[in-house]
Design a protein around this ligand. Structure first.
Ligand code: ATP
Ligand code: MG
Length: 561
């Protein structure tokens, strides 16, 4: 399997492409690879962005180049400063750094304006005054070219109108600036696209300075060009826009070389939605507790859930980079997390649904300690002491009054079971409350089995059970998560994703018992609760005296490699 995966790791057509460009005679011979990650600060980053971050920063890293972080904030309507900090935090957490190359696209508004003027002066852009209705009507179709009655407006007149657009003389929609390209182009993006529009709206960075804003297709290539970007890596929906990207960089006076756009497939994952609009909706409608709800595919949600940067990076890397759109299994993301945590998470014992176990032949008042390795087989990860006494908590499901076939755990007269790392016990009875619920299990232990192995080498037929010493156990709340959606493809087309929610995506267990050593876990600590899965303390709600653990992922791997 390792080999299969490493073959996949080289599946990155962008790198093949860059290799060619860097080779002697190539477009980038002797140049330093320079990429950028350009999020729009209108929401939190999600796992799809993690892929783009991996592609942008990872490519720069591979070639010893640079990657800029650029807030793509040319659209004033939906951006917010709140998101800028969150985006930076998430990228740092993923393990990438932009050094001092942090930019706002809006800082280039003045230069963009100058480039627009340059185009007008060259006869390559003109001010148009079609109404939106006329615009639509004149658009043409595959067989009919568009019409644009203002395209031959004299240059002087366009320059004057454009200056007055900027000065705020006109209301929204009265005029636009259009690039003069090709009204008959089969690519509608080239049919004299609008490159500036009037929008009297405050901008989070430039305030009220501007009332005209550049369109993405005009702004983005300029941003790239001004920053000396060599490779502008973006997702496939921009493929049809590349001719316009190239047109812009071909017709303005660039300070550096021309950047080149390369498109790759977006990441989709089943059982979740990925667009910021839909994620925002989940937050605003109260379906989840916030952008960082542990069920969200956001970076902050995954972090709170217990995901590690290494797992997310491995996931991004192993999915490869291609032009073929595909939906990746959520189970693969979980698989990557399990692999990382299996290596690194401290093993501890926690009982999620506890029932009391009394060892009737263990002396009352006696207590002893076992030294347990934090990571079995890795002494360098340290060890800790775990106490043991006559009363323990065990998992309710590890006991049945009447066994079912093949049940190898506790029941009266059942097989000898091993209390992990401690002793061998046999169940000898149980107590119930008035309703018949089991409230206590009675067992006898073999004093000669300290450490968990029989002195005479006899075969232990029962299961190995986890336990917590009742005398020292801490109370905890445990939150178990399942997919947020029960439909595998809630993101599809116009599906009503809110109707696909999984009503059982969160289960809260309020009476769990954990080892005394877990009194002050840090949110960045990761634990394997033996037999239960991987957990971390909830970064918002857990504190000493009120422990809350999130299950990041269960132990059982449903992913078929
Ligand atoms: P959304 O549709 O989720 O709102 P977006 O593309 O509008 O995403 P941006 O902030 O513009 O979000 O994205 C920044 C970068 O991340 C872009 O280059 C975009 O192509 C990339 N990106 C966004 N979603 C994905 C995804 N699912 N897979 C890969 N890259 C993505
Ligand atoms: Mg976008």
């Amino acid at each position: 399997m390792a080999e299969e995966r490493s073959a996949e790791m080289s599946q990155n057509f962008i790198h093949d492409f860059i290799d060619e460009e860097l080779a002697p005679g190539g477009r980038c011979e002797g140049m330093r690879v320079h990429t950028r990650f350009p999020p729009e600060p209108n929401g939190y980053l999600h796992i799809g962005h993690a892929k783009a971050i991996f592609v942008d920063f990872g490519t720069a890293e591979k070639y010893g180049g640079l990657c800029n972080l650029r807030m793509d904030d040319t659209n004033p309507t939906k951006e917010d400063e709140e998101f800028v900090d969150a985006i930076q935090e998430d990228i740092h957490w993923l393990g990438y750094d932009w050094g001092d190359r942090f930019f706002y696209a809006s800082d280039y508004f003045e230069q963009m304006y100058d480039f627009a003027v340059e185009l007008i002066k060259k006869g390559l852009a003109y001010v148009c005054q079609l109404t939106p209705e006329e615009f639509k009507e004149y658009r043409g179709d595959v067989n009919t070219p568009a019409r644009s009655p203002w395209r031959d407006r004299p240059i002087e007149e366009s320059l004057d109108l454009f200056a007055r657009m900027r000065a705020g003389e006109f209301p929204n929609g009265a005029y636009t600036l259009r690039a003069k390209i090709d009204l008959a182009s089969g690519n509608f993006n080239m049919r004299d696209p609008v490159i500036y529009r009037i929008n009297h709206m405050r901008h989070h960075n430039t305030g009220d300075k501007w009332c005209i804003y550049p369109m993405y297709d005009f702004a983005h290539p300029i941003e790239d060009a001004l920053e000396g970007i060599t490779h502008s890596l973006c997702t496939l929906e921009f493929e049809d826009h590349r001719p316009l990207y190239d047109w812009v960089v071909d017709h303005i006076t660039l300070p550096y070389h021309k950047p080149r756009q390369i498109e790759f497939a977006r990441l989709g994952i089943n059982y979740t939605v990925m667009s910021k609009r839909k994620l925002r909706n989940l937050v605003e409608s109260g379906v989840v507790s916030g952008w960082d709800d542990p069920r969200m595919p956001t970076i902050c949600g995954l972090r709170r859930r217990g995901y590690t940067p290494a797992a997310i990076r491995a996931f991004s890397e192993r999915n490869g980079v291609s032009k073929a759109a595909s939906t990746v299994e959520y189970a693969f993301l979980e698989h990557c997390l399990r692999e990382d945590l299996n290596e690194h998470a401290q093993r501890v014992m926690a009982v999620l649904r506890p029932v009391k176990l009394v060892i009737t032949n263990y002396p009352a008042g006696q207590t002893e300690e076992f030294e347990v390795e934090n990571l079995p087989g890795k002494p360098e990860a340290g060890a800790r002491k775990v106490t043991f006494s006559r009363e323990l908590w065990v998992e309710a499901e590890d006991f049945l009054p009447e066994p079912v076939p093949k049940y190898k755990r506790l029941y009266p007269g059942g097989p000898e079971c091993r209390l992990k790392g401690a002793y061998l016990i046999r169940c000898v009875g149980y107590k119930t409350d008035d309703q018949g619920n089991v409230v206590e299990i009675a067992a006898e232990y073999d004093p000669d089995s300290r450490g968990g192995d029989p002195a005479d080498g006899r075969k232990v037929k029962g299961a190995t059970l986890h336990w917590v010493d009742a005398a020292t156990a801490l109370d905890a709340e445990v939150r178990l998560y399942d997919n947020l959606f029960s439909d595998p493809d809630p993101d599809a087309g116009d599906k009503d994703y809110l109707a696909c929610l999984n009503p059982n995506s969160l289960e809260v267990l309020s009476g769990a018992k954990v080892e005394a050593g877990l009194s002050d876990p840090q949110p960045s600590d990761r634990f394997q609760f033996m037999r239960q899965g991987y957990f971390c303390a909830d970064s918002r709600d857990s504190r000493p005296g009120h422990l809350v653990f999130n299950r990041a992922v269960s132990l059982k791997d449903s992913f078929k490699v």
